[in-house]
Design a protein around this ligand. Structure first.
Ligand SMILES: C[S@@+](CC[C@H](N)C(=O)[O-])C[C@H]1O[C@@H](n2cnc3c(N)ncnc32)[C@H](O)[C@@H]1O
Length: 292
């Protein structure tokens, strides 16, 4: 049983270290997720683990606790619309701009979990082939949770995972059925550079991106943290760049720097100064896609 004191202590720890705003009444989450961490580190109980945490900075243990409390729910081509927009409109247009500017097209999956989001994009890029020819694409995927990233890097998925959202055609084209699971083709796997990154910390060193997907992670943060991350994400967008949030997430009411594009059935944001141009591009792109 988690005591009220341990609950307050762990809530504060999680909030400052990973941004997770546990809120009241979530004892059951700690009670279900922390016993394996306690066991792995040789503690008889979660209470013992917390007692040790209280004695000083145990960085590895803190990270293990925070990792265990993350929720990695994800699947291929989640919500469909962002990937349709990328394929029909955003990537061809961004590729054109990058080609003319002689620079790489840069995409960031900012809460990558076990890799399905970034690999969906990698498959899309492979599928788009000639449309993107002559442009180098940098595809970066980051997450806080080491265990999720380790799985992502392996590129090995279960039958259930490949049955969630992945078009049959892509399963046949890009996966090999092995005794260990469905292995993603090496050339798709190599397109993604995975890195551990805590969104609470500076991500300036990653540079700027034409497309950022930061989906279904802000929901776990409190408003101040959401605002801070969104403000910094707006600075990580190239002029004219796009930010996809999760279907239920919005920057509205949190930051003035980002504006949601109306009339697009997904949570797509751009920098305030880019709204008019982005709306026009999306209109033109969508018309072209429906004619094709
Ligand atoms: C629900 S998953 C979303 C995965 C994917 N973006 C999607 O929408 O399918 C949330 C991910 O956010 C990660 N996460 C939680 N806190 C984080 C933080 N402070 N910095 C970076 N990633 C974090 C978790 O480890 C988890 O993999």
């Amino acid at each position: 049983m988690i005591t009220p004191e341990d609950y307050s202590y762990l809530s504060a720890l999680l909030r400052t270290k990973s941004g997770l705003a546990l809120g009241p009444g979530k004892e059951y989450l700690l009670e279900s997720r922390l016993p394996p961490v306690a066991k792995a580190y040789g503690f008889a109980s979660v209470n013992e683990l917390v007692a040790t945490l209280r004695t000083g900075p145990h960085q590895e243990l803190i990270k293990a606790v925070c990792d265990a409390m993350t929720t990695g729910e994800t699947f291929f081509f989640r919500d469909t619309v962002p990937f349709d927009l990328l394929r029909t409109t955003i990537l061809p247009e961004a590729a054109d701009r990058c080609r003319r500017a002689g620079r790489a097209l840069r995409i960031w999956s900012a809460a990558a979990s076990t890799g399905q989001e970034s690999y969906s994009i990698a498959m899309l890029l492979a599928d788009m082939g000639v449309q993107l020819s002559g442009v180098r694409v940098d595809l970066v995927a980051t997450d806080f949770a080491s265990h999720a990233l380790n799985r992502a890097r392996r590129g090995l998925f279960t039958q259930i995972e490949v049955q969630r959202g992945l078009p049959e055609r892509y399963l046949r084209q890009f996966f090999i059925n092995t005794p260990d699971g469905y292995r993603l083709a090496d050339d798709i796997r190599r397109r993604v550079a995975f890195r551990e990154l805590n969104l609470l910390e500076s991500f300036r060193s990653l540079g700027q991106f034409d497309v950022i997907l930061c989906r279904n992670v802000l929901i776990y943060f409190d408003s101040l943290t959401k605002k801070d991350v969104l403000d910094r994400l707006s600075s990580a967008l190239t002029p004219g760049g796009y930010l996809f949030l999760g279907a239920t997430e919005t920057a509205f009411g949190l930051t003035e720097r980002l504006v949601r594009i109306p009339d697009v059935p997904t949570s797509l944001h751009v920098r305030r100064e880019d709204v008019t141009v982005a709306e026009q591009r999306l209109r033109v792109g969508t018309q072209a896609a429906s004619v094709a």
